[in-house]
Structures are given as structure tokens and as C-alpha cells.
Design a protein around this ligand. Structure first.
Ligand code: FE2
Ligand code: FE2
Length: 505
């Protein structure tokens, strides 16, 4: 689900800061566990700890070891989590909620009734697949440590091992089968599906314990009833994983300002508050954004990026124009305000829409990702029209930066896609030409100009990606023609000074 971001450089200061923050989150988790485990033993705490203190210390070391391994995983695999305090807090908040619910369900109902796939589903949806796989292992091991060393006395060791296998396998099944699910109904289906490995393990465990215990087990409870009860707990655990996930997801989405497939659907529907306002106050910009969304989706699909993210980013990229819609060509009638202004002032008004978009998105508490694309979609490009107008009016030197956007440059591939698709839509609309040759030439020019101006230097887009984006844009813009693009024949020559020159053949 997540979009690969440009990650700032890793420094010693970052290491120290992230390690200490990680440790603080670990202490909170430990405190939560200590309260849960010792709450009913407060009156006899000294005597209890005298007897069980060593077990608690051992469990604490094991938990610390797991957290250090988790830190190392993020250090080598996803430093973004360590650099972003909000992401780190999100990961630990999911773990905190899981241990609280697991402990309460485990002690009141039974350890097979725990919401074993909760961590996997949450991290998969809010962070990513690889992080979900690793955190599923860590959470399963963490509860195993708690059960084995400091848990209730009701369970047997074999139940704890089974619970470990159940947690691990149910979480993995959820990750592998839930990734493509885009509806809440689909997630409920996954809940039923992950019951299968849970109940299979419980069934095998019950059969083996009956074989081992022989008549003792038969004497305590009818075997069939015992098996059905345990399997019922498994069913409860599987279904509760998805129910809890769906119930708590909106809180996590809003508290940590995350983008999920469910939230993306809400944000891109025509009922979304800000889009409704854009449609009413700046209909020209709204239509342009809808076109850019169509182009951006095609580009994202061509380079393997998330199409839902691309669509949302495109719909909100020009939302800053809501403040003064009549200042922008697509919303103007006969009257053009810029006829009366100096090019400097016009450039200032135009470039403010990137920053305004960023603050509008933040004011409406929408995800950071949308705000980032809004402020990055013009990078540090000059505003060509007003720069050219100023050049005509002066004989002296002009500072191009006075006529340029303030940046930053695109930090993600999707921001780069929006930058290109935005310009492609505007050029094709302005020229009115939809022939494949004209579109190919225009889009090639747009990409080359942005490369010359180093607009892609802060994101990891490749030449291969840019080629695929160009072809996707040409196909989408000229799809109605179904023409094969005729490529011009050019012969390239390498000059002595290292530059390359082309000649029409
Ligand atoms: Fe824009
Ligand atoms: Fe735009």
C-alpha cells in the first residue's frame, strides 16, 4: 500500500534519536504488560515477586531482545519508520493494542480466542507488506514469551507452542490473501479464511492431547465437546481479528494521518468535502484534475506504482487554487486579472497555489502524502509564460528564480508522475492536437525539459520509468485514434566534447 519515499540521509544524530525513541516506546509497552500481569496481584506483590521475579526478569530480557531485533530490521530495511516519529508511534500503538486485547481475551476466554491476525492486518494496511510479515513474527514471539514465563497458570506448555504457531500462520495467511482486498466485505471474508489454519492446528492439538492423555482427557470432558469448544475459540479469534481491524482502522488512519485503500476511496469519491468545494468554486481546475487523475493512473500502472495513490494525488494536486480560482486560466472567463499585473506579481500569485495546496490539505487534516504532492508537483520549474512576458518587457538581466516555483522537487515517483501528467494535460488541452505524433513530441519535450532542469534529482525515478510514463501518456491521450506511433528517424552522433547530437535522416 505504501509509496516509496525519498529518505533523508542517515546520520549519527538520527541513530541516537531514533534508538532513544524506540526505547521509550518499548518502556511504554513493558509498562502496559506489567500493569496487565500484576494488577490483581498488587496486594501480595512483594511475596509474588520473590517467587516469580526471575521469570519476569527473563521475560523482560527476551522482550528487549525482540525489540532490538525489530529496531535492526527497520535500520536495514526501512529507515523511514525510524526517521518519522509518527510511523514509529504507529507501529508501537498497534503492538500495544494487540497485547492489551490478547491478554484480556486470553485470560477471560482462552488463548485460542485471541485476535491473532490483528497486527498483520493493521501493519499491512497502514505500513506495508514486508513490515507486516516481520511484525507478525515479533508479535507472535512476544505473546509466546509472556505466556511461557509470566502468563496465567491455566495453559499448558503445548498450548503456548500451539498458540505461537497459530498466531504466526494466521497472520501470514492474512498478509498473503488480504493485500489485494479493497473492500470491507472482502476483509471479513479473509477473517473466515484465516480460521482454517487456526482450527486445523487446534484440531491436531486436541487429537494429539487425547492420544497422549488417553482416558484422563475423556474423563474430564467429552472429547467431541472439547474439540468443538476450542475450534469455536479459533473461529472467534479469526473473526475478531478482522472485526477489530475494521473497527479500529479509522481511528489509526486519523490519529496517524495514514492513507489506506479504504480512506483513499472516501477521499476520492465525489462526496469528499474538499473536492466538492473544488468542483463548485473552481470547476475548470476540477475538470483538469479529473483528466490528470486519468493520466496519472495510467502512468502509475505502467511503472508498477499504486494507482489509487496516483489518482488521489492527482485529484488534490491543484487544490490550492480554491483560494482564488479566478486567478488561474482554466477558471477564467473574458476577464484576465493578469493583463493588469506585472509579470513578477503574476508569477507570485501563480506559484502560491502549490504552498496554498499544502496548507489547505493540512488544515483539512488530510494525509501528508497528498500535501507533499501538492507542494512538489511544480518542483522548482520556472513559470514559463510570465518569465517570457518579463523578458519581452526588459533589456536588463532577469533572475529566473523570481519567476520559478519554490519547490521542493518531487520526492516520490507519484509526485514525479503528477508533475509530468499535469503538464501533458495542459499542453494537449492548449494545443488542441490529439494526433499521436503531436502528443509524442509534446510529452517528450515536457520530460526532457524537466530532466534538463534537474526536477527528478530527489526521487528514485529511472530512465526506464520515464520511457514507460511517456508511452502511457501518449496511449491515454490519443487512445481514441488507435494509431501506431510513427517515430522520427534520427541518427545520433557523439561529439569530441562528449556531447551527443542528433540529425534527421
Ligand atoms: Fe499546479
Ligand atoms: Fe495542475
Amino acid at each position: 500500500m505504501s509509496v516509496k519515499k525519498y529518505t533523508p540521509s542517515w546520520t549519527k544524530q538520527n541513530t541516537l534519536k531514533s534508538a532513544s525513541m524506540f526505547f521509550v516506546h518499548f518502556l511504554i509497552l513493558t509498562l502496559i504488560l506489567a500493569v496487565l500481569l500484576l494488577w490483581d496481584k498488587l496486594s501480595v506483590l512483594p511475596q509474588y515477586m520473590e517467587k516469580n521475579g526471575a521469570n519476569y526478569l527473563y521475560a523482560l530480557f527476551c522482550a528487549l531482545l525482540l525489540i532490538i531485533i525489530l529496531y535492526c530490521y527497520f535500520l536495514f530495511e526501512n529507515q523511514e519508520i525510524l526517521l518519522n516519529g509518527k510511523s514509529m508511534a504507529l507501529v508501537f500503538a498497534v503492538l500495544d493494542v494487540y497485547v492489551i486485547i490478547s491478554y484480556l481475551v486470553g485470560s477471560k476466554i482462552g488463548i485460542y480466542a485471541r485476535p491473532v491476525a490483528f497486527v498483520a492486518l493493521m501493519i499491512l494496511t497502514l505500513v506495508g507488506r514486508r513490515e507486516a510479515i516481520f511484525l507478525n513474527i515479533i508479535s507472535a514471539l512476544l505473546m509466546f514469551v509472556v505466556d511461557t514465563f509470566v502468563g496465567t497458570d491455566d495453559g499448558t506448555q503445548i498450548m503456548y507452542y500451539s498458540s505461537l504457531i497459530i498466531s504466526f500462520s494466521a497472520g501470514m495467511f492474512a498478509i498473503f490473501f488480504c493485500e489485494k482486498t479493497k473492500t470491507r466485505f472482502g476483509v471479513m471474508g479473509i477473517g473466515i479464511f484465516i480460521v482454517l489454519p487456526i482450527d486445523l492446528i487446534i484440531l491436531l492439538l486436541e487429537i494429539s492431547s487425547l492420544v497422549n492423555n488417553g482416558q484422563t482427557a475423556v474423563g474430564v470432558m467429552p472429547p467431541f465437546e472439547e474439540v468443538i469448544t476450542s475450534m469455536g475459540y479459533g473461529l472467534f479469534g479469526g473473526v475478531m481479528s478482522t472485526v477489530l481491524f475494521l473497527a479500529l482502522l479509522p481511528f489509526f488512519e486519523r490519529a496517524f494521518n495514514c492513507l489506506t485503500v479504504f480512506r483513499l476511496r472516501e477521499l476520492t469519491s465525489s462526496d469528499a468535502k474538499l473536492l466538492k468545494r473544488l468542483k463548485e468554486d473552481a470547476p475548470g481546475t476540477y475538470n483538469h484534475s479529473m483528466m490528470v487523475a486519468q493520466l496519472a493512473e495510467a502512468c502509475a500502472a505502467a511503472i508498477g506504482e499504486n494507482t489509487d495513490y496516483a489518482r488521489a494525488a492527482a485529484l488534490y494536486h491543484d487544490v490550492g487554487k480554491i483560494q482564488y480560482p479566478e486567478n488561474f486560466t482554466e477558471n477564467q472567463g473574458e476577464y484576465n486579472l493578469h493583463d493588469e499585473l506585472t509579470p513578477e506579481l503574476s508569477a507570485d500569485i501563480i506559484r502560491s497555489h502549490a504552498k496554498d495546496g499544502y496548507s489547505t490539505i493540512h488544515t483539512h487534516k488530510l494525509p501528508d502524502f497528498l500535501a507533499d504532492v501538492a507542494i512538489q508537483h511544480h518542483g522548482t520549474l520556472p513559470i514559463r509564460y510570465f518569465y517570457a512576458k518579463a523578458l519581452k518587457l526588459t533589456d536588463g538581466e532577469l533572475n529566473i528564480e523570481d519567476f520559478s516555483y519554490l519547490g521542493p522537487k518531487p520526492h516520490t515517483k507519484i509526485a514525479a508522475i503528477i508533475m509530468i501528467a499535469d503538464a501533458a494535460e495542459a499542453v494537449v488541452r492548449a494545443t488542441g492536437s490529439r494526433s499521436p505524433e503531436a502528443a509524442e513530441k509534446a510529452i517528450r519535450g515536457i520530460i526532457e525539459e524537466r530532466m534538463d532542469l534537474e526536477q527528478f534529482s530527489e526521487c528514485d525515478i529511472t530512465m526506464g520509468d520515464l520511457t514507460k510514463i511517456r508511452l502511457a501518456l501518449v496511449n491515454t491521450l490519443t487512445g481514441v485514434y488507435h494509431h501506431r506511433i510513427k517515430y522520427p528517424n534520427i541518427k545520433y552522433k557523439r561529439n569530441e566534447d562528449g556531447t551527443t547530437k542528433g540529425e534527421n535522416v
